[in-house]
Design a protein around this ligand. Structure first.
Ligand code: HEC
Ligand code: HEC
Ligand code: HEC
Ligand code: HEC
Ligand code: HEC
Ligand code: HEC
Ligand code: HEC
Ligand code: HEC
Ligand code: HEC
Ligand code: HEC
Length: 300
């Protein structure tokens, strides 16, 4: 943890406390009267009460308590129940994303990732809990769609496009005969927030990559320094039109850094030995580092 992390954490807690107070104030304003319990709702909202029985919120232990169940999210319903007046009850969908999310955070502030929610990319762009979750529903993790990716693609269509490229992480289709669909977005991201940039759920992007590509972390005699610095220098994360998800084709990729030297410079003619086939990789295949005793030039 660096030195600025601690004050940031305090700011987050303070900001969270403020929005909880806002949410509580909203609930108090919109919904007056006493708690009446979920059974009461059945009289007029039979469908919702029925389908809600299978919901994890209904099953959770707090459901039986007086100020719990439906009213844990909708606030005390006494006045609403007496009058049937819909302005006397909170509908989170009609609140700002911030206030609606704060009501959820009253119980979920400590969950995996939710503790980094405040100020995260989605929070600050007003993509609140309801942008991805349908809490009345019964889908896995109460997501709005059965396939997690589809939830994300509603806003991130450019990522869907990269999934169709020639080289990509196997995420495309869970029913694909090629076995694609083994991973989903949350294999790398925590949509609620994370310590690292780009909502990456690890200490750094490289640490996330090492979780599955551990061999790239193993110590080698001759390191290739950009590898340990940032995998993203040469790879794209989701998919690419070039082999092995490279950001550019070899040799151009290599030449973006290696312009001083004998054979690696200049515009190589197409039938040059340095450009043909695997190009630079013909002679420097151990691009992530080498243990070759004869020297540091990334040979096998
Ligand atoms: C006497 C009948 C009655 C009872 C009992 C009742 N409601 Fe309602 N409720 C209504 C009516 C009528 C509406 C408006 C429906 C509409 O506009 O489609 C409504 C709307 C709502 C809305 C949406 C408000 C909005 O602004 O869109 C919520 C949330 C709600 N009720 C929650 C509850 C909860 C929770 C309970 C039980 C604690 C409950 N209701 C019990 C009659 C009732
Ligand atoms: C975990 C929080 C939560 C609980 C518990 C909950 N609701 Fe809701 N409810 C919401 C949210 C959020 C919305 C806004 C619509 C949406 O995002 O799905 C909503 C919307 C509504 C609406 C208006 C829109 C609609 O779907 O018709 C009614 C009526 C309602 N809830 C009734 C109930 C009743 C009755 C119960 C108990 C059986 C209940 N809710 C339990 C969070 C909750
Ligand atoms: C950008 C989309 C998105 C938003 C916004 C979002 N979630 Fe989630 N949430 C997900 C996905 C995807 C999962 C499933 C992740 C997994 O399986 O690891 C999930 C899982 C969860 C879970 C169950 C697992 C866990 O992390 O404990 C809870 C609880 C949860 N979300 C609460 C919330 C709350 C509260 C908010 C608002 C403060 C919120 N979510 C906002 C996408 C989202
Ligand atoms: C009164 C407390 C309370 C409130 C308010 C609340 N939840 Fe929950 N929620 C729970 C409990 C308890 C569970 C059961 C699992 C657990 O222990 O985390 C749960 C589970 C979940 C899960 C996980 C579902 C799964 O399949 O693992 C999601 C997602 C979730 N809540 C989203 C929300 C959202 C979104 C809101 C706001 C609209 C909300 N919750 C409001 C208490 C609450
Ligand atoms: C309601 C729209 C919406 C949905 C749904 C949504 N996002 Fe986002 N997301 C945004 C916005 C807006 C931003 C911030 C602007 C941007 O960078 O595009 C963002 C940013 C991000 C970022 C970049 C964060 C950064 O620090 O730059 C990641 C990663 C991300 N979202 C992942 C996801 C994942 C994974 C899902 C599905 C679980 C998802 N999003 C669902 C709207 C959404
Ligand atoms: C193998 C890990 C991994 C998976 C799986 C993954 N991402 Fe990413 N994603 C990343 C990394 C790493 C970055 C940061 C890229 C950078 O900084 O160049 C990123 C960046 C993003 C961004 C920010 C935009 C940008 O390009 O900077 C969005 C939005 C995003 N991812 C959405 C998604 C969605 C949606 C899914 C699921 C379909 C997904 N990601 C699956 C690793 C992953
Ligand atoms: C959750 C596990 C997981 C994580 C995290 C992960 N990968 Fe992968 N990666 C895979 C799988 C599975 C494959 C496909 C392997 C196969 O087809 O044999 C793959 C393939 C690749 C490939 C080869 C693609 C091709 O066309 O052959 C590259 C390059 C790659 N990953 C880079 C990365 C980078 C960079 C990161 C960090 C941003 C990362 N991976 C994070 C699981 C992961
Ligand atoms: C200097 C550019 C560069 C950097 C930085 C880099 N790679 Fe690569 N990577 C390559 C090249 C070039 C290939 C294709 C090698 C081949 O075809 O023989 C490749 C191939 C791969 C492959 C697929 C083949 C294999 O070797 O398993 C994976 C997985 C991979 N890289 C992961 C990573 C990870 C994880 C990181 C960060 C720790 C990383 N790369 C950093 C250039 C790079
Ligand atoms: C982001 C910049 C960058 C990229 C892209 C890159 N390299 Fe490097 N490479 C370096 C740096 C920095 C060093 C170590 C500095 C030095 O000793 O010259 C290095 C060292 C090397 C060495 C060993 C040189 C020596 O004398 O120790 C070889 C061989 C090499 N790179 C080949 C490649 C090839 C082949 C590619 C393309 C697949 C590539 N590099 C892509 C930055 C890069
Ligand atoms: C035909 C085999 C071959 C090809 C193809 C090749 N190299 Fe080399 N490279 C070598 C050998 C052998 C050395 C070490 C001997 C030397 O210094 O010339 C070397 C050395 C290097 C070095 C260390 C610095 C230097 O100049 O000695 C770098 C950097 C390098 N190569 C980059 C590249 C790049 C970038 C490409 C693709 C444009 C490439 N190489 C293509 C064989 C090759």
């Amino acid at each position: 943890m660096n030195e600025t992390a601690i004050p940031k954490r305090f700011l987050r807690v303070a900001a969270l406390a403020c929005s909880l107070i806002l949410a509580a104030a909203w609930i108090a304003l919109a919904a007056d009267g006493a708690y009446v319990g979920s059974d009461k709702c059945k009289e007029c909202h039979e469908g919702i009460v029925g389908s809600f029985r299978a919901n994890i919120h209904a099953k959770a232990a707090y459901y039986g308590a007086k100020n719990a169940g439906c009213e844990s999210c909708h606030g005390p319903a006494g006045a609403h129940v007496e009058s049937g007046d819909k302005s006397k009850i909170v509908n989170p969908a009609k609140n700002s994303a911030e206030i609606a999310s704060a009501a959820c955070l009253a119980c979920h502030a400590k969950g995996k990732g939710q503790m980094f929610w405040k100020g995260s990319a989605h929070d600050s762009q007003e993509a609140g809990c309801a942008a991805c979750h349908k809490v009345h529903g019964n889908k896995a993790k109460l997501l709005a769609k059965p396939d997690e990716k589809e939830v994300c693609f509603a806003c991130h269509s450019e990522v869907r496009a990269s999934m169709l490229k020639r080289s990509k992480h196997p995420m495309r289709d869970s029913s694909s005969p090629t076995g694609e669909g083994k991973m989903s977005c949350s294999a790398c991201h925590n949509p609620h927030g994370a310590r690292s940039e780009k909502l990456i759920a690890a200490k750094s992007i490289n640490d996330k990559c090492y979780e599955c590509h551990a061999e790239k972390k193993a110590p080698v005699l001759w390191e290739h320094s950009p590898v340990k610095e940032d995998c993203m220098t040469c790879h794209s994360a989701h998919g690419s039109s070039f082999d092995k998800m490279l950001t550019q084709k070899v040799p151009r990729l290599c030449q973006s850094c290696h312009m001083q030297g004998r054979h690696q410079t200049g515009t190589l003619s197409t039938n040059s030995v340095y450009a043909l086939g695997r190009s630079c990789l013909n002679c420097h295949p151990m691009i992530h580092g080498s243990n070759n005793p004869s020297g540091p030039v990334l040979q096998r």
